[in-house]
Design a binder for this molecule. Structure first.
Ligand SMILES: Nc1ncnc2c1ncn2[C@@H]1O[C@H](COP(=O)(O)OP(=O)(O)OP(=O)(O)O)[C@@H](O)[C@H]1O
Ligand SMILES: [Mg+2]
Length: 347
């Protein structure tokens, strides 16, 4: 039995920790070492308090109260070691001897990171689908009255011009430009619900980027930001939709520029990876970065930290890039943020 227990703890695909009544770590499975990012020889027979001294008490996976009989069943926990973040499902319980005295405790946990991220993906696309339905329904209804308001305003505007009523003319022009803003918003809604015409053409991403650069430069100057564009000579063509991709790059660059409140450089880099036949576009800013607890949320529709933001920018980008068979990734480690758009190369 002892031999079996030894082999079991070593090889089992579960995190297992055995703790004695003094809170010393008696044994640990290889899986637990891997996930927790510890070396077995360095931690065995040491106090759990020492082993996890670098983690704040309230965030430790195993609490001393375990020995007081605070047991756990299917308790969700997350753990970040140096290289990755894990979602865990944990059980813990006391170990008693034949006389019923507490001699220690065990903790078992399973790595459910994949399942959890799948769940989140499903939730996210559920939410997107729901918003899509609402959007498609309302957008149409908003547009119709807008069209007639806009039409009559244009008539009024013309009349004010001929009558030389400059102040009134100014008002109507302001109203017209606000209506255009509403229209743009409605268009974004419609994109969320499902892009109507995704065309799949052979296009050169460099030329798409060159076309949006003037727009981005304009934004950048307003925010004291400089643009650095690193182009690849003869970038392989990709199959995508030029107009939609423009929107993606404008949105991502706009976010980068808005993140650099104190100015700085926004870098756009083209990369080709022939191993997996993809073109990558990195959009890197030197802003404050995105805190780890927000990074899962930024692609959600309506998630925004900006006073005047709609929070639709990134969800529209994600929708478009996914529809084109590509991927959009974000990496932000404390300082600066990089969004990477990946599109397959055309055969
Ligand atoms: N480059 C970035 N640096 C830091 N935070 C970012 C960056 N890009 C996005 N974010 C965060 O993600 C949130 C969502 O971005 P998203 O583009 O979807 O909406 P928004 O920019 O707030 O509003 P909108 O794009 O509609 O104007 C932002 O509010 C911001 O908190
Ligand atoms: Mg945005």
């Amino acid at each position: 039995m002892q031999q079996f227990a030894g082999t079991f703890i070593k090889d089992v695909n579960l995190g297992v920790l055995l703790i004695d009544h003094n809170f010393l770590l008696v044994d640990i499975s290889d899986t637990a070492c891997r996930i927790l990012g510890v070396d077995k020889d360095a931690v065995i027979n040491r106090s759990m308090d020492d082993v996890f001294c670098m983690v704040p008490k309230e965030h430790r996976l195993v609490q001393r109260t375990l020995l007081d009989g605070v047991e756990a069943r299917n308790q969700a926990a997350s753990w970040t070691n140096d290289s990755a973040r894990f979602e865990l499902l944990m059980d813990s319980s006391l170990l008693r001897n034949e006389a019923g005295e507490i001699v220690g405790a065990y903790v078992i946990f399973k790595d459910v990171t994949n399942i959890r991220s799948l769940e989140q993906q499903v939730q996210r696309s559920d939410r997107l689908a729901m918003i899509g339905q609402i959007a498609a329904g309302t957008a149409h209804e908003i547009r119709n009255p807008l069209t007639s308001i806009k039409g009559f305003l244009q008539v009024l505007n013309r009349q004010f011009v001929t009558m030389g009523m400059e102040k009134e003319q100014g008002y109507t022009e302001l109203m017209l430009s606000e209506i255009d803003r509403i229209n743009e918003l409605v268009n974004e809604f419609l994109l969320l619900s499902k892009p109507k015409h995704v065309s799949f053409d052979r296009i050169d991403l460099s030329s798409v980027l060159r076309e949006v650069l003037p727009i981005i430069n304009n934004q950048a100057t307003l925010h004291n930001v400089t643009i650095c564009y690193q182009s690849v000579y003869r970038l392989p063509l990709v199959i995508a939709d030029q107009a939609l991709l423009k929107q993606v790059f404008i949105n991502l660059c706009k976010n980068g520029i808005e993140a650099m409140v104190a100015g700085g450089t926004l870098t756009i880099i083209e990369r080709v990876s022939f191993t997996d036949n993809k073109v990558h576009i990195d959009i890197h800013d030197a802003g404050p970065g995105i805190p780890a607890f927000l990074i899962d949320k930024i692609f959600d529709p309506f998630f925004t930290t900006k006073e005047t933001g709609t929070g639709l920018g990134l969800s529209v980008c994600q929708r478009i890039v996914h529809d084109l068979g590509g991927q959009i990734r974000v990496s932000s480690k404390g300082f600066g943020t990089t969004f990477t758009v990946t599109i397959p190369i055309a055969r």
